[in-house]
Design a protein around this ligand. Structure first.
Ligand code: ATP
Ligand code: MG
Length: 431
């Protein structure tokens, strides 16, 4: 036998029945996005590498070590599998002048790629669902996005999700804070790890984001950006807070919340759970008013978030709603191959009427298999009842219906029977 080929490490197949949970989440998101008037955008999975270097920043985990970058063999272009989608969305918005007539509310779903150490809640191909509102400067859109996420947690039945927020202010306020931050870390250089020392002058804010327990004290005592905010920044932040409070959304201000990417300003936030161990951030976002011009567009404010699909699904398993399993309404038992044409025709019409039916597949014209084996399959399918295309029944122009789960007919079964009677092909062929 030839050697087996397996999936790339950290990249997972999503198989049934697990995939049904993904579809359920995606459907829940779609209907929610529609209610908030966010529209779907689909950008390429591969983008020019400079897009990410310029938008995320050189000194970020993603750009430094997590990108799947390669050279296009044909023209030498530097390309990267997208590690996130905000950059691509902003590129598309600029490329298609999408803000020409005013702001746009967009959402996306799809795979992202980061070369990280695979572990629970951390994969190399993972999936994000994101919402972005571009062209809106007001705090009410920050609040709208947070409320949208909160509504999603409620729709998914998630408990144990808390919100942390912070304000990163504006570039000038950050510059002042940065100087004092560097001074603080220089004074305590002996307490810094290698990563922090390397970032001390290039990206000191990111040191606050460290996951190293040994550095918590030095980070805790660092000057807080929030103390450097000017009047306008504070007004924006207070506006967001007031709107959250008016909506009963609990939050905690985390002065150390800085987010991984360079492009954020003003409001930043994360939704965190304690139920998933170390990988507890299920959704993260914030304002990025300078990204448009940073990648060559006309300046325009923007705000958005992205959630990690794998982590949210994991949390649904822990404490969310029971996801309805996908089972067919009915299983078609076909004792003799001679009934196949009529059976197929009837099932086709039934499905068109909205009934889901799994057809028994035996050896076809060579024989459909014993009734016993067919009923075993019918049971295994999870269907509520069997439609039996037996010779005797067909001769009378009907099919037998047998309940597979309990013997009382419930509302769903009754409805299906009505649909069965409505099927025109059925009536036409057999009556
Ligand atoms: P972390 O601090 O966990 O590395 P991050 O700051 O890199 O997260 P973002 O880039 O903000 O994450 O992505 C938004 C969300 O996407 C995260 O909150 C998380 O739920 C999810 N996510 C990020 N990286 C991964 C990954 N490698 N595998 C699975 N989910 C991920
Ligand atoms: Mg990360």
């Amino acid at each position: 036998m030839a050697e087996k080929i397996v999936a790339v490490k950290g990249m997972n197949d999503i198989l049934p029945p697990e995939s049904a949970r993904w579809e359920w989440l995606e459907e829940t998101v779609r209907s929610l996005m529609a209610r908030y008037a966010y529209r779907n955008i689909r950008t390429p999975i591969v983008e020019p590498t400079p897009l990410f270097v310029r938008s995320l920043g050189e000194v970020t985990d993603i750009v430094e070590k997590e990108m799947y970058s390669f050279e296009d063999k044909l023209n030498g272009e530097a390309l990267t599998l997208r590690p996130e989608s905000t950059a691509g969305v902003v590129r598309a918005v600029i490329e298609h002048s999408m803000l020409y007539e005013g702001g746009k509310r967009l959402y996306y779903m799809g795979p992202m790629f980061r070369h990280e150490r695979p572990q629970r809640g951390r994969y190399r191909q993972f999936h994000q669902i994101g919402a972005e509102a571009l062209g809106f400067a007001g705090a009410e859109v920050d609040a709208e996005l947070i409320l949208l996420a909160d509504a999603l947690w409620k729709a998914l039945g998630l408990k144990d999700v808390r919100l942390e927020i912070n304000s990163l202010g504006q570039p000038e306020e950050r510059r002042q804070h940065r100087a004092e931050l560097i001074a603080h870390f220089e004074k305590n250089a002996a307490l810094l790890d290698d990563d922090a020392l390397r970032r001390l002058h290039s990206n000191p804010l990111r040191i606050l984001d460290t996951k190293n327990p040994a550095m918590q004290a030095v980070v805790e005592s660092a000057p807080k950006l929030i103390d450097f905010l000017g009047e306008a920044s504070l007004k924006h932040f207070n506006g967001v807070k007031a709107m959250l409070e008016a909506n009963g959304i609990g939050y905690r201000i985390n002065p150390r919340l800085v987010r991984g990417m360079d492009y954020y300003n003003l409001t930043v936030f994360e939704f965190i759970t304690e139920s998933l161990g170390a990988q507890g951030t299920i959704c993260a976002g914030g304002r990025y008013d300078y990204l448009m011009e940073q990648i060559g567009g006309k300046p325009a404010p923007a705000v958005g978030w992205a959630l990690g699909v794998e982590r949210v699904l994991e949390l649904i398993k822990e404490n969310g709603k029971a996801v309805p399993a996908l089972v067919p309404d009915a299983y078609a038992v076909i004792p003799e191959a001679s009934a196949l044409p009529v059976a197929l025709q009837t099932l086709q019409a039934l499905r068109a009427a909205g009934v889901s039916v799994q057809m028994h597949a035996g050896a076809g014209l060579e024989g459909m298999g014993s009734m016993k084996s067919q009923f075993k399959k019918a049971d295994g399918s999870g269907a509520r009842f069997a439609l039996i295309f037996g010779e005797a029944e067909l001769a009378q122009g009907c099919v037998a219906v047998k309940a597979l789960r309990g013997d009382k007919m419930d509302a769903a079964q009754a409805q299906m029977l009505r649909k069965l009677q409505d099927v025109p092909v059925w009536a036409h062929t057999l009556r």
